[in-house]
Design a binder for this molecule. Structure first.
Ligand SMILES: [Zn+2]
Length: 406
């Protein structure tokens, strides 16, 4: 699919898309300047992308003297991606446009322990795809676990009871669609970079609280994945080897203390929760001014701050973004988190902003879709051969899906 001549080829098209993805609508002159391309090349590449419905001419940019420059923007409907968040007992599936807007969403029961769980997952995705809009660029799968390579998609996830589970390979075989699989918190960081508060920042970290605890970082514009996809796994760093048992099998992990289950246990020990009362009751009690309930959140927030402080000092981000279903009770975390973090950071970082995202039920699944939607704009994404399949679909052609492993 590459045209003769490297300048007008796929790499140049990707660079143009990446620039527009990052800046929003952009004039041809700015593309030439920023990407160091001749005006002939810019015209050739943009003409090609306009003809295929990926870019569209927009308003004219006011200019001082000379001709006003026309801005080119992405066509939001030029591509869709399906994202699925896999949890042990349910799936959330969404259809997302190129501009990040969720146009369709579905929640379904799912039993990860069923012997044919992956076949069930494929069946749910197939029936959802039938209702989703085209062109479908691919499917992103977000999992609460470790994925060594998104384009291969082999998953280790203790909470799903998956060890070396070849999800990517099996779904490609069942669905004949580009499939990218990623840790759900990393996927969320990609969505932040593409559509959210990370859009204008090259260095930021994402912390998620909720059922589990998550951490991901974007450094100099690139999502850090680490040697084996495990970068950011602070949830299972052990704080106390004789502490409570964690879902991962270890004792005393950060998540065992401050994940939803850990908070409920602390609420029981503090005498705030009785019988089957859960996290909702704990939040309600704290809202009503129950000091013991507030202290549970306060201790959790302090633990979280101490656990991330050294890592944050090592990364020097512009902002900390807090997300996850647990942000519904962030008001009880906020003060103790900020003050503890400030005490543990170097003086130069003590004013580091902490911003909390508005959270939706579909946010995890939208993150999963963003893995696919970021592919045309992100040269650093580990998308392997899935990238060419996604790009082929964006440019209006389809090819057979080959598996990354052969
Ligand atoms: Zn653990």
């Amino acid at each position: 699919m590459n045209e003769p001549g490297i300048e007008g080829g796929e790499l140049t098209r990707m660079a143009v898309l990446a620039l527009i993805g990052q800046r929003g609508p952009t004039s041809r002159a700015v593309m030439g300047r920023e990407l160091d391309l001749s005006s002939a090349t810019v015209s050739q590449v943009t003409k090609w992308l306009i003809e295929r419905g990926v870019l569209e001419p927009l308003d004219f940019e006011p200019s001082i003297g000379g001709r006003p420059a026309q801005l080119l923007g992405l066509v939001a409907t030029a591509g869709h991606a399906v994202g699925v968040k896999v949890a042990a007992d349910h799936l959330t599936i969404v259809d997302v446009r190129l501009d990040g807007q969720v146009v369709n969403a579905r929640n379904e029961a799912f039993d990860v322990m069923a012997p044919d769980a992956v076949v069930c997952l494929a069946r749910s995705l197939r029936s959802f795809i039938d209702t989703s809009e085209s062109p479908l660029l691919g499917i992103g799968v977000g999992v609460p676990g470790i994925v060594t390579r998104p384009d291969v998609g082999t998953v280790d996830a203790a909470v799903l009871n998956w060890v070396d589970m070849p999800i990517g390979r099996q779904l490609r075989k069942e669905l004949d669609t580009p499939i990218l699989v990623e840790n759900d918190v990393k996927a969320l960081a990609i969505a932040e970079r593409l559509y959210g508060r990370g859009r204008t920042r090259r260095n930021f970290v994402v912390i998620t609280i909720g059922r589990g605890v998550g951490f991901a970082s974007v450094a100099d514009g690139v999502l850090r994945r680490g040697a084996s996809g495990g970068a950011g796994e602070i949830a299972h760093a052990v704080l106390n080897g004789t502490g409570p048992v964690c879902a991962c099998g270890s004792r005393g992990c950060l998540e065992a203390y401050i994940g939803a289950e850990g908070l409920v246990t602390a609420g029981r020990v503090a005498g705030v929760l009785r019988g089957r009362e859960g996290l909702d009751h704990l939040v309600e009690a704290a809202d009503k001014g129950n000091g013991e309930a507030s202290a549970v959140f306060s201790r959790a927030a302090q633990r979280l701050a101490r656990a991330v402080a050294t890592t944050i000092a090592a990364l020097d981000p512009e902002v900390i973004l807090v997300a996850g279903e647990g942000t519904a009770s962030w008001r009880h975390w906020d003060g103790p988190f900020r003050s503890t973090l400030a005490r543990h950071l170097p003086v130069s970082m003590r004013e580091l902003p902490v911003e909390v995202d508005s959270w939706e039920d579909t946010s995890w699944a939208r993150g999963a879709a963003a893995i696919v939607l970021a592919t045309p704009f992100d040269r650093n994404a580990l998308a392997g051969r899935q990238r060419s399949h996604v790009l082929a679909r964006l440019h209006g052609s389809r090819d057979g899906i080959d598996d990354e492993l052969g």
